[in-house]
Design a binder for this molecule. Structure first.
Ligand SMILES: CC(C)(COP(=O)(O)OP(=O)(O)OC[C@H]1O[C@@H](n2cnc3c(N)ncnc32)[C@H](O)[C@@H]1OP(=O)(O)O)[C@@H](O)C(=O)NCCC(=O)NCCS
Length: 174
């Protein structure tokens, strides 16, 4: 379990299922997620063992509000992909996405000992790209028309943060 000031990342439980179904029925939440066979997929399809998924819960009430993931774990290169969905729209734009990103990066670099965390985000999803940039992710390139979405094929930006960059940010913050 990862505990932040306002949010907790905890193990996924069966009790989270109803909330998840609600989030993934909301077109505002799924707008920028990939679609496979007409169904939104929360983030990268995970095809490797060792991935970790958390339920994002509010720190005070424990209420589930989203999902975070480190997937596609590659132990040889010491890297994994990051995915985040805050499913409760009423919780957007309060710094929760940033808090979750920081918690996951802290886990990735300090606990799991990874060297690189990367993600993909549609280029048109500017709010998410700004969030990732603020938290230290660097744009590494654009994959053109690489994601099928409910609005058709979209360009996808690959972003990543290296351990050295994360450590430099920690150093600057102290
Ligand atoms: C993208 C997503 C994770 C962002 O989460 P969030 O909790 O809204 O993120 P934050 O609150 O940290 O930052 C978002 C904005 O709120 C602003 N903000 C943060 N705290 C704030 C506060 N207290 N008051 C006002 N605005 C605030 C941030 O500055 C940022 O705005 P800006 O970039 O326009 O300047 C969330 O919208 C989401 O899960 N969407 C659906 C799924 C999705 O698209 N996932 C990402 C796929 S790549």
């Amino acid at each position: 379990m990862l505990i932040g000031d306002r949010v907790t990342l905890r193990e996924v439980s069966w009790g989270d299922l109803a909330a998840r179904q609600e989030w993934f029925s909301d077109p505002d939440v799924t707008r920028y997620l990939g679609w496979i066979d007409g169904v939104p997929v929360p983030y990268l399809q995970d095809d490797s063992s060792g991935s970790i998924e958390w339920t994002v819960a509010l720190g005070d009430s424990g209420e589930p509000i989203g999902i975070a993931q480190l997937g596609k774990v590659d132990p040889l290169a010491g890297q994994a992909s990051f995915g985040i969905v805050i499913g409760r729209k009423d919780q957007w734009r309060q710094g929760i996405g940033a808090a979750v990103t920081r918690l996951v990066l802290t886990y990735a670099f300090e606990v799991a000992g990874l060297n690189r965390v990367w993600l993909t985000v549609e280029t048109r999803h500017e709010l998410a790209r700004r969030l990732y940039e603020r938290e230290g992710f660097v744009s590494e390139g654009v994959l053109r028309q690489a994601r099928q979405t409910q609005d058709g094929l979209q360009d996808v930006s690959v972003m990543g943060i290296l351990r050295s960059e994360w450590e430099a940010r920690q150093h600057r913050a102290t």
